[in-house]
Ligand binder design. Sequence first.
Ligand code: SAH
Length: 365
Amino acid sequence: MSRPSLVFAAPRRALPPSHLADLDPAARRATVRELGLPAFRADQLSRHWFARLEADPDRMSDLPAGERGRLREALLPQLLTEVRSVETDAGTTRKTLWRLHDGSLVESVLMRYPARVTVCISSQAGCGMACPFCATGQGGLTRNLSTAEIVAQVQASARAAADGLLTGAPARLSNVVFMGMGEPLANYARVVAALRRLIDPPPAGLGLSRRSITVSTVGVVPAIDKLAAEDLDVTLAVSLHAPDDELRDTLVPVNTRWKVREVLAAADGYAARTGRRYSVEYAMIREVNDQPERADLLADLLAPRRAHVNLIPLNRTPGSAWDASPKRVEREFVRRLEARGVPVTVRDTRGSDINGACGQLAASG
Ligand code: SAH
């Protein structure tokens, strides 16, 4: 069998025009000055976009009408066009398909829980990591998203939540997970800039709390090390899916480059910096990675570490013969981890009936 090829370098496709959310506050002011406008216009735009979640210059009444066109063109081009949104889970889960300036499609999923509102966002159009159980991985990589395309998914979702589009009352977006399409650490510089925009207090950024942001990775070891040194302190999640290299080589092909032991060592280094646990994601695939021996092996690996296991019942993807593990097998897996003191949670399967759950995002228009 030929190995799926990993794609780290995204195809050279045009990134979208520059946007407010690509820039830090100083660069925003510089752009406005180059237009021959007073620098404080940049601060006004930032307040509208990041603090009031307003994206349309025509509704920014403190901007002179004669300047709006220029400001829109230079700093607020429309990056995301909503193609459609689908709801499920009694209106508490909402998946949105977005078209980008070049026709690429990406998805984000907004979810309301009793104590939080989370958006799951994409960092690339497609993905080059080729995991065989993931629909996004099967489609290959189209291109990296720009910083603003990443941040705009969060801004639009925060707006949707504030407008009461999720069942219940208007709500404040609290959590962001980089678990949509793409491998965030393969689009490193733009993802890090996006993280800063998410964390910076308004009007520089959206002012989300660091620990309520989770970056999930297949285990790009040098990038995990680099992220640790950025002092961002966001939560790290590692998609492990197997405790042994032999099986992980087939489930997460990047393992042929960085082994289980190296990935966990990098995650340990990250946790040592933040002082907090990282998550280990483990999709439970029937008779593939769900055996009691593998539970024990995983427990032995993780017991001495600052890690928390998040089991994900496998979501079905087109063309795959794999199934989720039976509940009985899942319970035994949990029991074995807990018996060795490893904290475990089982992730809910939000959005699976609208192909909006983990590994189901494929953005077919
Ligand atoms: N590329 C990053 C971000 C994607 S996160 C990463 O892999 O971590 C999406 C999470 O869902 C990952 O843990 C991924 O392995 C998992 N996943 C992918 N396909 C899945 C499926 N069919 N069922 C359940 N989880 C899946």
